[in-house]
Design a binder for this molecule. Structure first.
Ligand SMILES: [Zn+2]
Length: 295
Protein backbone atom coordinates (compact mmCIF):
# COMPACT_ATOMS: atom_id res chain seq x y z
CA UNK A 1 0.00 0.00 0.00
CA UNK A 2 2.65 2.49 1.07
CA UNK A 3 4.72 1.93 -2.06
CA UNK A 4 1.71 2.77 -4.19
CA UNK A 5 1.33 5.93 -2.14
CA UNK A 6 4.97 6.75 -2.87
CA UNK A 7 4.43 6.09 -6.57
CA UNK A 8 1.62 8.59 -6.73
CA UNK A 9 3.11 11.24 -4.48
CA UNK A 10 6.64 11.24 -5.82
CA UNK A 11 6.13 10.08 -9.40
CA UNK A 12 8.27 6.96 -9.10
CA UNK A 13 7.60 3.27 -9.63
CA UNK A 14 9.71 1.18 -7.25
CA UNK A 15 9.93 -2.46 -8.37
CA UNK A 16 12.05 -5.60 -8.40
CA UNK A 17 13.14 -7.51 -11.49
CA UNK A 18 12.22 -11.17 -11.48
CA UNK A 19 15.06 -13.60 -12.10
CA UNK A 20 14.68 -17.39 -11.88
CA UNK A 21 12.77 -18.14 -8.69
CA UNK A 22 13.86 -14.89 -7.12
CA UNK A 23 14.88 -11.38 -8.03
CA UNK A 24 17.78 -9.42 -9.41
CA UNK A 25 19.79 -7.84 -6.57
CA UNK A 26 18.24 -4.97 -4.61
CA UNK A 27 15.62 -3.01 -6.58
CA UNK A 28 14.82 -0.70 -9.50
CA UNK A 29 13.00 2.60 -9.97
CA UNK A 30 11.19 4.04 -12.98
CA UNK A 31 10.95 7.82 -13.22
CA UNK A 32 9.37 9.45 -16.30
CA UNK A 33 9.83 6.18 -18.27
CA UNK A 34 13.54 5.98 -17.41
CA UNK A 35 14.68 2.92 -15.42
CA UNK A 36 17.38 2.98 -12.76
CA UNK A 37 18.68 -0.29 -11.31
CA UNK A 38 20.28 0.27 -7.93
CA UNK A 39 23.38 -1.78 -7.01
CA UNK A 40 22.14 -4.48 -9.32
CA UNK A 41 22.87 -6.28 -12.57
CA UNK A 42 22.64 -4.46 -15.93
CA UNK A 43 19.26 -3.98 -17.56
CA UNK A 44 17.30 -1.64 -19.79
CA UNK A 45 18.07 1.85 -18.54
CA UNK A 46 20.83 2.88 -16.15
CA UNK A 47 22.52 0.91 -13.39
CA UNK A 48 23.78 2.96 -10.47
CA UNK A 49 26.78 1.54 -8.59
CA UNK A 50 26.86 3.32 -5.24
CA UNK A 51 30.34 1.93 -4.44
CA UNK A 52 32.82 -0.81 -5.30
CA UNK A 53 31.96 -3.46 -2.65
CA UNK A 54 31.12 -6.80 -4.23
CA UNK A 55 27.67 -7.05 -2.63
CA UNK A 56 26.74 -3.92 -4.61
CA UNK A 57 27.55 -5.72 -7.88
CA UNK A 58 29.84 -3.25 -9.65
CA UNK A 59 31.88 -5.97 -11.36
CA UNK A 60 28.78 -7.23 -13.15
CA UNK A 61 28.59 -3.80 -14.79
CA UNK A 62 32.18 -3.44 -16.02
CA UNK A 63 31.10 -3.63 -19.66
CA UNK A 64 27.76 -1.89 -19.15
CA UNK A 65 27.95 1.43 -21.01
CA UNK A 66 24.95 2.63 -19.01
CA UNK A 67 26.46 1.94 -15.63
CA UNK A 68 26.98 5.02 -13.46
CA UNK A 69 29.77 5.28 -10.92
CA UNK A 70 32.06 7.83 -9.34
CA UNK A 71 35.62 8.23 -10.62
CA UNK A 72 37.04 6.43 -7.55
CA UNK A 73 34.51 3.58 -7.79
CA UNK A 74 35.47 3.11 -11.46
CA UNK A 75 39.17 3.17 -10.53
CA UNK A 76 38.71 0.50 -7.84
CA UNK A 77 36.58 -1.74 -10.08
CA UNK A 78 39.19 -1.53 -12.85
CA UNK A 79 42.04 -2.21 -10.38
CA UNK A 80 40.48 -5.33 -8.87
CA UNK A 81 39.34 -6.81 -12.18
CA UNK A 82 42.28 -5.93 -14.48
CA UNK A 83 39.62 -4.85 -16.92
CA UNK A 84 38.59 -1.32 -17.77
CA UNK A 85 35.26 -0.06 -16.43
CA UNK A 86 33.36 1.19 -19.47
CA UNK A 87 30.36 2.89 -17.92
CA UNK A 88 29.67 6.57 -17.25
CA UNK A 89 31.87 8.30 -14.68
CA UNK A 90 31.18 11.35 -12.52
CA UNK A 91 33.01 13.15 -9.78
CA UNK A 92 31.35 13.22 -6.37
CA UNK A 93 29.43 16.46 -5.99
CA UNK A 94 28.72 16.66 -9.72
CA UNK A 95 25.13 17.22 -10.86
CA UNK A 96 23.96 14.70 -13.43
CA UNK A 97 21.22 14.91 -16.02
CA UNK A 98 20.20 11.51 -17.35
CA UNK A 99 17.52 11.76 -20.02
CA UNK A 100 16.09 14.78 -18.25
CA UNK A 101 16.25 13.23 -14.77
CA UNK A 102 18.32 15.52 -12.56
CA UNK A 103 20.49 13.88 -9.92
CA UNK A 104 22.81 15.42 -7.33
CA UNK A 105 25.67 13.34 -5.94
CA UNK A 106 27.12 13.31 -2.42
CA UNK A 107 29.92 11.58 -0.54
CA UNK A 108 28.78 9.08 2.12
CA UNK A 109 32.23 8.51 3.68
CA UNK A 110 31.80 4.71 3.54
CA UNK A 111 34.78 3.92 1.26
CA UNK A 112 36.68 5.77 -1.48
CA UNK A 113 34.12 6.69 -4.13
CA UNK A 114 30.97 5.83 -2.17
CA UNK A 115 28.20 8.06 -3.46
CA UNK A 116 24.61 8.95 -2.59
CA UNK A 117 22.29 9.88 -5.48
CA UNK A 118 19.56 12.46 -4.93
CA UNK A 119 16.76 12.51 -7.52
CA UNK A 120 15.97 16.05 -6.64
CA UNK A 121 12.78 16.60 -8.62
CA UNK A 122 11.24 13.61 -6.86
CA UNK A 123 12.79 14.10 -3.40
CA UNK A 124 14.31 10.61 -3.46
CA UNK A 125 17.73 9.97 -1.92
CA UNK A 126 19.54 6.66 -2.51
CA UNK A 127 22.52 6.52 -0.18
CA UNK A 128 24.24 3.16 -0.63
CA UNK A 129 26.33 2.38 2.46
CA UNK A 130 26.99 5.24 4.88
CA UNK A 131 29.66 6.20 7.38
CA UNK A 132 29.15 9.98 7.47
CA UNK A 133 25.75 11.46 6.62
CA UNK A 134 26.59 15.06 7.46
CA UNK A 135 26.86 16.05 3.77
CA UNK A 136 23.54 14.50 2.69
CA UNK A 137 20.47 16.58 1.87
CA UNK A 138 17.03 16.42 3.46
CA UNK A 139 14.66 14.27 1.39
CA UNK A 140 11.11 12.91 1.15
CA UNK A 141 11.99 9.28 0.44
CA UNK A 142 15.19 7.94 1.99
CA UNK A 143 16.50 4.69 0.49
CA UNK A 144 19.35 3.46 2.63
CA UNK A 145 21.24 0.61 4.26
CA UNK A 146 20.86 -1.13 7.61
CA UNK A 147 24.00 -3.27 7.85
CA UNK A 148 23.98 -2.75 11.61
CA UNK A 149 20.21 -2.69 11.89
CA UNK A 150 20.27 -4.83 15.00
CA UNK A 151 20.08 -2.82 18.25
CA UNK A 152 22.98 -4.75 19.79
CA UNK A 153 25.35 -3.04 17.35
CA UNK A 154 26.43 0.10 19.12
CA UNK A 155 30.11 0.92 18.72
CA UNK A 156 32.83 3.53 18.33
CA UNK A 157 35.86 3.07 16.08
CA UNK A 158 39.02 2.27 18.03
CA UNK A 159 41.39 4.32 15.89
CA UNK A 160 44.01 4.67 18.64
CA UNK A 161 44.21 0.87 18.99
CA UNK A 162 44.78 0.59 15.23
CA UNK A 163 47.69 3.04 15.44
CA UNK A 164 49.13 1.31 18.49
CA UNK A 165 48.96 -2.15 16.89
CA UNK A 166 50.52 -0.77 13.69
CA UNK A 167 53.44 0.71 15.66
CA UNK A 168 54.05 -2.73 17.20
CA UNK A 169 54.11 -4.32 13.75
CA UNK A 170 51.04 -6.47 14.47
CA UNK A 171 49.09 -7.64 11.41
CA UNK A 172 46.02 -5.53 10.69
CA UNK A 173 43.34 -7.46 8.82
CA UNK A 174 41.27 -5.09 6.73
CA UNK A 175 38.89 -5.80 3.88
CA UNK A 176 40.95 -4.95 0.75
CA UNK A 177 38.30 -2.72 -0.86
CA UNK A 178 37.72 0.35 1.24
CA UNK A 179 38.79 -0.40 4.77
CA UNK A 180 42.41 -1.13 3.83
CA UNK A 181 42.67 2.31 2.19
CA UNK A 182 41.24 4.00 5.26
CA UNK A 183 43.84 2.24 7.41
CA UNK A 184 46.60 3.10 4.92
CA UNK A 185 45.71 6.80 5.13
CA UNK A 186 45.62 6.78 8.94
CA UNK A 187 49.04 5.12 9.06
CA UNK A 188 50.48 7.56 6.52
CA UNK A 189 49.13 10.55 8.47
CA UNK A 190 50.84 9.16 11.56
CA UNK A 191 54.07 8.56 9.64
CA UNK A 192 53.89 4.81 10.11
CA UNK A 193 55.32 2.91 7.14
CA UNK A 194 53.61 -0.32 6.15
CA UNK A 195 53.69 -3.26 3.80
CA UNK A 196 50.72 -4.35 1.74
CA UNK A 197 50.41 -6.71 -1.19
CA UNK A 198 47.90 -8.13 -3.66
CA UNK A 199 44.58 -6.31 -4.03
CA UNK A 200 45.32 -3.97 -1.14
CA UNK A 201 48.48 -2.68 -2.78
CA UNK A 202 46.83 -2.50 -6.20
CA UNK A 203 43.93 -0.37 -4.98
CA UNK A 204 46.14 1.91 -2.84
CA UNK A 205 48.41 2.44 -5.86
CA UNK A 206 45.47 3.07 -8.21
CA UNK A 207 44.07 5.71 -5.83
CA UNK A 208 47.50 7.30 -5.35
CA UNK A 209 47.75 6.66 -1.60
CA UNK A 210 51.38 7.32 -0.84
CA UNK A 211 53.21 5.47 1.87
CA UNK A 212 56.64 4.43 2.98
CA UNK A 213 57.71 0.88 3.56
CA UNK A 214 57.76 -0.05 7.23
CA UNK A 215 57.02 -2.58 9.94
CA UNK A 216 53.23 -2.31 9.95
CA UNK A 217 51.35 -4.82 7.82
CA UNK A 218 47.92 -4.51 6.26
CA UNK A 219 46.54 -7.86 5.13
CA UNK A 220 43.10 -9.18 4.20
CA UNK A 221 41.09 -10.55 7.17
CA UNK A 222 41.57 -14.18 6.15
CA UNK A 223 45.36 -13.75 6.06
CA UNK A 224 45.55 -12.69 9.71
CA UNK A 225 47.46 -15.21 11.82
CA UNK A 226 48.56 -13.40 14.98
CA UNK A 227 47.08 -9.92 14.54
CA UNK A 228 43.69 -8.27 14.64
CA UNK A 229 40.82 -8.06 12.22
CA UNK A 230 39.47 -4.53 11.97
CA UNK A 231 35.72 -4.88 12.08
CA UNK A 232 32.57 -4.31 14.10
CA UNK A 233 31.40 -7.87 13.32
CA UNK A 234 31.48 -9.95 16.48
CA UNK A 235 32.36 -13.26 14.82
CA UNK A 236 36.04 -12.25 14.62
CA UNK A 237 37.80 -13.60 17.70
CA UNK A 238 40.58 -11.00 17.85
CA UNK A 239 39.31 -7.74 16.53
CA UNK A 240 39.70 -4.00 16.81
CA UNK A 241 36.38 -2.23 16.33
CA UNK A 242 36.77 -0.23 13.15
CA UNK A 243 33.85 -0.02 10.78
CA UNK A 244 32.95 1.57 7.44
CA UNK A 245 29.34 1.84 8.56
CA UNK A 246 27.14 3.79 10.92
CA UNK A 247 26.00 1.68 13.87
CA UNK A 248 22.38 1.13 14.98
CA UNK A 249 22.17 4.57 16.59
CA UNK A 250 23.69 6.06 13.44
CA UNK A 251 20.93 4.61 11.27
CA UNK A 252 18.28 6.15 13.50
CA UNK A 253 20.17 9.47 13.48
CA UNK A 254 20.50 9.35 9.68
CA UNK A 255 16.72 8.99 9.32
CA UNK A 256 16.18 11.82 11.77
CA UNK A 257 18.73 14.00 9.93
CA UNK A 258 17.28 13.47 6.43
CA UNK A 259 13.77 13.91 7.85
CA UNK A 260 11.93 11.88 5.18
CA UNK A 261 8.30 10.83 4.99
CA UNK A 262 9.33 7.30 4.01
CA UNK A 263 12.44 5.21 4.47
CA UNK A 264 13.16 2.06 2.46
CA UNK A 265 15.93 -0.14 3.86
CA UNK A 266 17.26 -1.86 0.76
CA UNK A 267 20.46 -3.44 2.05
CA UNK A 268 21.60 -5.09 5.27
CA UNK A 269 19.58 -6.19 8.23
CA UNK A 270 16.60 -3.99 9.15
CA UNK A 271 15.16 -5.60 12.29
CA UNK A 272 11.60 -5.24 13.60
CA UNK A 273 13.03 -3.08 16.38
CA UNK A 274 14.57 -0.67 13.86
CA UNK A 275 11.36 -0.50 11.81
CA UNK A 276 9.42 0.17 15.00
CA UNK A 277 11.82 2.84 16.22
CA UNK A 278 11.72 4.68 12.89
CA UNK A 279 7.91 4.53 12.78
CA UNK A 280 7.80 5.99 16.30
CA UNK A 281 9.56 9.01 14.78
CA UNK A 282 6.63 9.40 12.39
CA UNK A 283 8.47 7.99 9.37
CA UNK A 284 6.94 5.12 7.39
CA UNK A 285 9.52 2.34 7.16
CA UNK A 286 9.73 -0.31 4.43
CA UNK A 287 12.04 -3.12 3.37
CA UNK A 288 12.58 -4.95 0.08
CA UNK A 289 9.87 -7.42 1.16
CA UNK A 290 7.33 -4.61 0.88
CA UNK A 291 8.04 -4.14 -2.83
CA UNK A 292 5.15 -6.00 -4.43
CA UNK A 293 5.65 -4.90 -8.01
CA UNK A 294 7.68 -7.56 -9.81
CA UNK A 295 8.49 -6.99 -13.48
ZN1 LIG B 1 29.81 -1.32 1.31
Amino acid sequence: MELLDIAEKFNVLIYRRKYGNGFRPHFSMRINEVDFHIDSSPGKGFTIITHAHSDHHGLRNLKNLRAIASQETATILSAISDERYRGMIHSIGERLNLKGIRINTYNTGHIDGSTAYFFRDNGILVTGDVKDFSHLPRCDVLITEATYGHPSYVFEDEVERVIEAARLGVELGAYPVGKAQRVARILSENEIGFKASGKIKKICDALGIEHSDGEARIVSPREVSDGYVLSAQRFYRKRIVFSDHIDYRGIVELVDYCNPEYVLFYHGNPTEKLIHEVEEMGVKALTLRDIKIHL
